[in-house]
Design a protein around this ligand. Sequence first.
Ligand code: NZQ
Ligand code: ZN
Length: 392
Amino acid sequence: MLNFTYNIPTKIIFGKDELGRLPKEILLHGNRVLFLYGKNSIKKTGLYDKVVSLLNDKGIFFKELSGVKPNPDISSVREGIKIIKENNLNFILAVGGGSTIDCAKAVSAGANYTGDPWDFLLGKAKVKNVLPIGSILTLAATGSEMNGGSVISNEKTQEKLAFGHPLLVPVFTFEDPTLTFSVSKYQTAAGATDIVSHLLEQYFSSHNDDGLPDRLTEAMMINVINYAKKAVLEPDNYEARANLMWTSSLALNNLVTYGKKHGDWASHGIEHEVSAIYDITHGAGLAILFPNVLKYYLNKDIAESLPLTKFLNLGKNVFGISNDDEKAAALKTIEKIRDFFDTLDMPSKLSDENVDDSKIDVMAKGAARKGTLGYYHMLEERDIFEILKKSV
Ligand code: NZQ
Ligand code: ZN
């Protein structure tokens, strides 16, 4: 294991009927709030009214920014910063899924910055002087509720870029599984796919076997596989929703990477290029791409240079696969991952999501903008092009 400093500062308030604690938690950090949310799900479920009445009851001043889109656009970030500056706000409350929380982080970074917030995505501005963020999670998927990462799109330039900083980790997150009862079957499945994908990305590090981080990852994967279909079939199954919610946070808050150099992250890199151009749900994109990236790693030349231990451990410990032929066991493991996505009715081809091959050269170029992509195996632009071609 490599050296590390364990530091996961988000206070998680987990469970039902805890939301009454919201004003107290906010007042520990600020008293003039930007209340950020998506389109209309929180109004439909009544959560909006609850939050407003809790803020009003304690006389907490707030302004709203609504309409944050899935794959949030930089225009919402600019709007949020404007509202903060005009009203001298000092706290951001994000209520929603990963898109809303990611938007809140970019707003937070830009609140005391004089330039354009897209600079943070381009790596041209340093994150400092942020505003604290608190969140109420309504969709189990990204882990944004407990990490410092943010993914923002720019519709004008058709880019979707990520940035992050420890200062942007939410100071608190309310996780009430009942708030996810209303999530559609499709978004529940896409969320579960995203959680498993985060675990896989971090599992496929460049070491042979990473001991405890890998065992933790396997346990979380087994858990998501156990509960995902249940949550899709029984939307108000509390145990299923609770397990997905807590696993979504633990799957991407650094816990399973402590002690490792880095995970792979090629599938996410490619997916972000697809959803930068097409209106595709992040988890659905991953369901299509991840098995194809893993299969690509098993092609003859690459597999010879890679230890297959990761595939074999994953196959044995998560899917119960034993086979003396290592390559066959690795392939079977990928099949099992695909089977899991199939049970959730996630797409297997880009064409299922109306994405054709006309822009795969643009996407491959974008994914390789920093040189190579991925750490388990480094992919060049031509490799990414091949993966996308096989995924259409
Ligand atoms: O906008 P509303 O009306 O709220 O509807 C949302 C949205 O349409 C709906 N929804 C959310 N909670 C609901 C609900 N519908 C009914 N009941 C509820 N309780 O679900 C739709 C999707 O929401 P969104 O926030 O976009 O989903 P998700 O949490 O999957 O976030 C996806 C975004 O996060 C980024 C993705 O790239 C994508 O832009 N990611 C962020 C990461 C991070 N910060 O660490 C890592 C991830 O890998 C990912 O890249
Ligand atoms: Zn993801």
